[in-house]
Each structure stands twice: as C-alpha cells, then as structure tokens.
Design a protein around this ligand. Sequence first.
Ligand SMILES: *Cc1c(COP(=O)(O)O)cnc(C)c1O
Length: 397
Amino acid sequence: MNTYGRFPLELVRGRGVWVWDHNGKRYLDCVAGIAVCTLGHSSGVMRRQLGRQLGKLQHVSNLYRIPEQEQLAAWITANSCTDTVFFCNSGAEANEAAIKLARKHGRIARGIGSTSSETPIILTAQASFHGRTLAAVTATGQPKYHQGFEPMVQGFQYFPYNDIAAFEALLSRSEAAGPRVAAVMLEPLQGEGGVHPGNPAFFQRVRELCSQKNILLIFDEVQVGVGRSGCLWGYQKLGVEPDAITLAKGLGGGFPIGALAVKSSVDHFQPGEHASTFGGNPLACRAALTVAEEVSRRQLPAHVEAMGVLLQKLLSELVSRHPGQLEGVRGWGLLQGLVLRPEAPAAIELVKAAMDQGLLVVPAGPQVVRFVPPLVIQPRHLRKAVARLERALISLG
Ligand SMILES: *Cc1c(COP(=O)(O)O)cnc(C)c1O
C-alpha cells in the first residue's frame, strides 16, 4: 500500500557502513535503517551466527522454553536496571505491552478503576513518538499522526517535554479528584520529534513524583537504547532509573525484535495476559544476542561516545562555515541532529541532495537532518560524511 513517500532509490547490497544501489553506486549510510543496523550491514559475525541458527532452529513458539531468549533476557537484565523481559517484534508492539502493563499497574498499585467511571491515565510528552499501532500512536503526542484515525484510545494526556512546571500542573489537575495517573511514558531523547535530548533535572523531578505516588515510569528506549546514546541505555545519560524500558530498533541489528524490560516490582503480567506468536523466537534472539555480545565485547558505548564527540565537532564546524543555512547541532552519541534555519531549504531537500553526493541521512521533522549511522562507524567515515553533506549544502545554493 502507498504508506510511504519513498525516495527513488533501490538498495541491493551492504557491507559495514556502505550500501550499493542497483546501478552499483555506493552510499555512506548514516541512516542504518533508521537507527537499526547496530553492527553495520552484513557483518561477518551476524552472517556466521544467523547462518548457524538457521541450520539449528528458527521458531517453536512461546509454548516452550527458548534458550536463546533466556540468554538474551539475562544479558538485558544483567546490564540494566530491569529484572524481567517480554519479547515482541517492534517498537510499537513493545509500547503496546508497556501500555497494558501501565493499566494493570494503575489497578494494582494505585487502586484505579475500582468504580467503573474511573479511567487510568497515561501521561506522555508533546512531540513524542511511540509508534503507529492505535494505542502507541495515541501515546504519540503529535496531532498530525492522529488525524483521520479518530476515535483515539482513551486515557492519554500530554504535556510539553522537559517542562517541569507544566508536568506538575497536569499531574495535579489529573489527580484532583483522586488517583488516576497509572504511568508516565517518555523518550530519554526525542528522536523522530526533532532530536531533543531530555533534561536531567526534568527527568529527576518526574522520577521523584512517580516514586512518591507509585506511578509507573516507562522510558521508550526504542531509538536511543543499546548503545546509541554513548551509554548502553539512554536513562544512564540522564542519571535517572525508570521502572520499565521498551526496546526495538537497534536491538536486533536489522532483524525485527522488540522488548519490554521491567523491574520485578512492576512485573504484573500473569500467564495468558499478554502474548506474541513470533516474539522472542530463536532466530530473532540469536540476532539480538549477537548484537549484545558485540556491543559488550567491543565496548561500543564508549566508541559511540567518542564518535559522537567527533561528529558534533565536525557538524559544529560546518555550522560555523554556513551560518546562513545552519543553526546548530544537538544530540547524544550517534544520534545527532543538524538543525537548519527556517529560511534554509527544508531538511528533506538537503537529504535528497546528500543522496546525490553518496550520503544517506534522514529528516527528523521539517528542519532537522538526523545522523544515526551504524555504531561501528569510524572517524574517516564521519569526516567523509560531513564533507559530502557540505557538498550537498553548497549544491542547494
Ligand atoms: C521508531 C520508534 C518507535 C516505533 O518503532 P516501530 O518498530 O516502528 O514500531 C517507537 N518509539 C520510538 C522512540 C521510536 O523511535
């Protein structure tokens, strides 16, 4: 169906940070399938490990124990503030699981819903992005994604991101007549919404209020998680621990997998209450385990931090050479946004011009060009990427 405004580009092969189109033209890939291809394209270790798993077992269903899934859950919980994991296949699906958990948490921990007129409320941020299924898109605080699909799911309210006063006001308004707020769901850094990093003071205050009132605090780490921020998890960047995190994009390195990981204190699901046929199958978990082992073994978060510092420096220098078109740079690690001036060409025009120069980048809103390359990218690639972007900028005049 015609759900994507696609670029007229057909990619047929990839290796590391490079991809080739059907004419043999080579592109430096700073999109990585939108923050997905953690280890780059067609890496040796992914080919070996997935090949071996294909020769062994692909899918059996969650009726049975799955050792690859147990190992992956062990890696996530050993390396995060969480204790237990549910596996699914995408970011939206992970957030759906978190939303169901939030409603159950509201009933158990806050006594919401004891009378039929009480609705559990989930607070989310304006300009957020949580996916396209009906509840996830309702959680997404961007009206343009709701238009034409009403009625939306009940029980969501929105506040401006990083705004302590507005958050406190909404919370007390929502709770004026008794407990109603079951959960708060936030991205540690807003990716699709324009690459806006979270403010640590704001997140600390949200954490305090959620702890005081026993409100579930969920971080959507679908884009920032698994090393992209320069820490393994985005919450480490903020110094604030959530009760639950959702993961997807970079987790499988290009193989579809999502996860909801939670602290044992909010591990409320009972057998039969939530499920996914494909979720956490041996092949998907082998892909994610391979990513996990490489992220740990190669200490990719530290590498990402260093590459992020370099990319920010190169982009800042670009901004100072083109002050009429460029406004600044913001982001964490290998999730950086180059902000264009309102009078400059739209981000999409620069993205198209970059493609002509053999560079793939992706817009994040109308005025931001986003860099989300594979985490294994090296300094020489970053220099080449910024040089190509500069040529694209100049070509636009
Ligand atoms: C991409 C994204 C999603 C949606 O993930 P899908 O796998 O496309 O469903 C949810 N949350 C955030 C923060 C994302 O960046």
